[in-house]
Design a binder for this molecule. Sequence first.
Ligand code: ZN
Length: 501
Amino acid sequence: MQEKLDDLKKRLAEISDIHNAAALLGWDQQTYMPPGGAAARARQLATLSQIAHEKFTDDAIGCLLNALHAHAHSLPYDSDDASLIRVTKREYDKARRLPPALVSEIAYASAQAFESWRKARNESRFCDFAPYLQRILELKIRYAGYLGYTDRIYDPLLDEFEPGMKTAQVEAIFANVKKEIVPLVHAISSKLHEVDNSFLHQDFHEDKQWDIGVEVARLIGYAFERGRQDRSPHPFTTSFSRDDVRITTRFMPDYFPAAFFATIHETGHALYNQGLRHELERTPLADGASLGAHESQSRLWENLIGRSRSFWKFFMPRVQAVFPEQFRNVNAEKMYRAVNRVQPSLIRVEADEITYNLHIMIRFELENALLEGRLAVSDLPDAWNTRMQEYLGITPPDDAHGVLQDVHWSHGSFGYFPTYSLGNIFASQLFDQIKKDISGLDTYFEKGEFHILLDWLRANLHIHGRKFTLDELANKITGESLQTHSFTAYLKNKYGEIYNL
Ligand code: ZN
């Protein structure tokens, strides 16, 4: 049995090396590669991804998994080996169900759709993008059919990003959140002027923004000797092993929070990967549990810490030292309120902590309607605008500020969006547990001591890697399934106080 397990691990280690080499090429593509390198890089990435796919879907892996099935069941569910066999089997079965021809057809259609989307967004003309989206939609419907489902067509697509999660469960979770936050947003809408953030809109020299970003990343525990930060048009985190986890950021010269919070966000993702156990390296378990679980870490650091009063009590003198002119008359309390200003807005990536989730729910509802044939692609802009008005009280003036703003659908990434909000929700649930386990957390934060929080996350979440689903993690760590009351209570308390509701 040990021999078979060793054989499986050896094969998976090689596949993992190929994926990580591809990730390094992808990192370079978005940071340092000259534009001329694009065509060759696309070929190199396609070749590596094909080799990895062929190796992973090899019959030999299926035979090993079958032979190890009984062995896995004889071990504790959470043991490294049982988890490795279980998670590998889950991914193997999915990969084997998809015809390679369909996968490359989707890759090809996505490349075309992406180009069309970029152009259509620049010109704000949805009708130019519509035929490409229609094509992607038809391909993804076939894709979902191959993966298989019993209830909803969205289930297998969601499962790719959030294993084990069902559409109906997300609907129930979102309904709970929506019923609490729509009235909250409406109540705040009449009091928007009560929070001043004008001092955040000034000139902030890029080099100094860089320095303060590095300082905050280091403060919350990012190990630069096992990572690095670079610039890219869209911030992201990538890793090639737990000892090489990289983040990127971008700067707005006239708005302080953009780079600052993007850096904390990406650092949150990176801390998760830097906290994985060495023993899980070069296996399919060497990553965060899911996109939602990963986003819970970025959001926890960005919002629950970075936008907290206790954080600013400690950190305000630091930013004041770097930007003395800009923040001359700003104290910690004023900063706390400013970075939490709520403003219903058109663009998801610029949205505040509350309204962000409404942007996600709109996309989730529309994706389901498209896939289930309840909504025609040509009617998508109208459906988008109607919901924006209903949930946020604003209507986009054009497609670029509405239905065309996100890249995801051009990539065929249906099922991705909900994981952003699931991350927000899980972050609050975790944080309630952390407050139960560690008393006086704020006192630590006010002194700039964040290691106590990182240690907790390492011991309770990061060490598991990809062994468990989001719901399994929620149960294991907090004793209940993913729930919404922690998140809605957090929002109502925090913003009720800021806006005097
Ligand atoms: Zn993120």
